[in-house]
Design a protein around this ligand. Structure first.
Ligand code: ADP
Length: 460
């Protein structure tokens, strides 16, 4: 039994699902916004209430000031004054500050200042105070106004009461909104997870997420597309791998079967040394084929895995091609002749071994699939920044529908054409080597007329 790994604290901390986190955040932000807006309103309203109260105070004092007149017996007449109006208390004092008449909410020891609004504190909070002096021949009088300044306290109370009802509603709406937004936003992720899980459980790489909302280019759509193309690539490479394994088994089974059958037959029926010699020749031919196959497979898989660290060096491609052509033209068969047109002095940064294999494979094919007494042409020229190698023959050619398949491993249009020599791996190797050199290879062909293979690699 394997022990369960201890849970790390960071994992525990992030246990909350993203949906819950988003909902909590949304609720929190809504709450903070609500409080901020309430506070802001309170400040704005509070200030404007004070401003309004101040204006009212001044206008009430000034209105009542006009009602002060010269009285009989040398005393000012203040009888017309309204001592309490619109929440403003008005009182009148003589020049020396002695109270004459009026309404005062509390005792106030405050020196008189004409035309200045001040804040004073009373027993039940702040008040605004405003004095104005009226000059009379019988002696001046002070008209004093007082009004409560902290009406914002009542506003605060109102807001508190209001919040008691609205806050739970706002929080509930915030939480609900957060939950809905999170659920909607995370829906595609759930689909991605489900699809990936289904692929994992069922081992079915042909499944796709396919969020497929046309015109949508958001991040999740891109993520889903990336996953889908990754699944497509995985599916292709698994299929290729499967086909390759089955092809390899098939290719190895044929010579193995022939060898076993030959051994069996010889054991039972061979009588003379000639019989044994013939059997050995068959076995040797099949063993050589197996050996070539294994060799080629090894080279290909090393190229695939990148374990063949290509040994790049600047080399004279023209010279290398000339040497290979002269060697291979000597080994030519079936009356096939070789013509060369090699531009001299073309160099490239190349792996000499791999590049010679590329050239040999192409010339080998041109001979194998060439016409009896036909010709093979090999040319090398420089085109822009590329060295262009062309190998053509006037042999059997390749049908148009099969032209794309010749690069696939183990593809052989007709194995009998190569006299049982072909493995179907040569061109796949040619393509890989050309690409390794930063180049490309293309084929043109017409059945019965011949084929032309063109390799382009960057030259020096
Ligand atoms: P093989 O070992 O069969 O030659 P290749 O990978 O070199 O394997 O070639 C794949 C197939 O492409 C061959 O089986 C043959 O059908 C076709 N092919 C390649 N070169 C030529 C050519 N010069 N002319 C006609 N067919 C060709």
């Amino acid at each position: 039994m394997t022990a369960k790994p201890a849970k790390s604290p960071t994992l525990t901390a992030s246990k909350m699902s993203i949906k819950v986190k988003l909902t909590v955040w949304f609720t929190l932000v809504t709450f903070i916004l609500f409080v901020a807006v309430q506070g802001f309103m309170l400040i704005i309203d509070g200030a404007s209430v004070v401003d309004d109260a101040g204006d009212l105070l001044v206008s009430e004092v000034q209105r009542n000031m006009k009602k002060v007149s010269e009285g009989e017996n040398g005393k000012p007449d203040v009888g017309a004054i309204k001592f309490s109006s619109n929440g403003v208390y008005i009182s009148v004092y003589d020049k020396g500050g002695r109270f004459l008449s009026g309404a005062v909410p509390f005792e106030l020891e405050e020196t008189f200042q004409s035309g200045v609004t001040r804040r004073v504190s009373g027993p039940e909070g702040g008040y605004l105070l405003y004095d104005s002096y009226v000059e009379l021949s019988s002696g001046g009088v002070w008209v004093r106004g007082l009004t409560p300044a902290d009406s914002s306290d009542t506003l605060w109370e109102t807001m508190k009461n209001l919040s008691a009802y609205t806050l739970p509603l706002v929080i509930t709406l915030g939480a609900l909104g957060g939950y809905l937004v999170a659920t909607g936003a995370l829906k595609p992720i759930r689909r991605i997870t489900e699809a990936a899980g289904a692929i994992n459980d069922g081992n079915d790489l042909s499944l796709r997420i396919g969020l497929g909302s046309p015109g949508s280019h958001d991040e999740l759509q891109k993520l889903s597309d990336t996953f889908d193309s990754m699944f497509a690539r995985l599916e292709k490479s698994f299929n290729d791998e499967r086909r390759f394994t089955s092809d390899v088994s098939h290719e190895l089974r044929t010579p193995t079967t022939v060898i076993l059958a030959e051994c069996d037959y010889t054991r039972k029926h061979a009588q003379s040394p000639e019989d044994y010699k013939m059997a050995l020749e068959v076995i040797s031919r099949q063993a050589k084929k197996m050996s070539r196959l294994v060799e080629s497979l090894l080279s290909l898989s090393r190229l695939d895995l990148g374990t063949v660290k290509a040994n790049f060096e600047v080399g004279d491609l023209s010279e290398m091609l000339t040497v290979i052509c002269s060697e291979m033209s000597l080994a030519g068969s079936r009356g096939i002749t070789m013509c060369t047109d090699i531009e001299s002095g073309i160099s490239a940064n190349m792996d000499v071994t791999l590049m010679s294999r590329l050239i040999q494979n192409l010339i080998d094919n041109a001979y194998k699939y060439g016409r009896d007494n036909g010709s093979v042409e090999v040319a090398l020229r420089s085109e822009g920044r590329f060295a262009v190698l062309i190998v053509s023959d006037n042999g059997v050619g390749i049908s148009k529908e099969n032209l794309d398949k010749i690069w696939q491993r183990f593809y052989q249009e007709d194995s009998s054409r190569s006299g049982g020599e072909g493995l179907g791996l040569g061109l796949s190797m040619v393509k890989q080597i050309a690409q390794l050199h930063g180049g490309s290879v293309a084929a043109e062909s017409a059945p019965g007329q011949g084929s032309t293979f063109t390799v382009k690699i960057p030259k020096i």
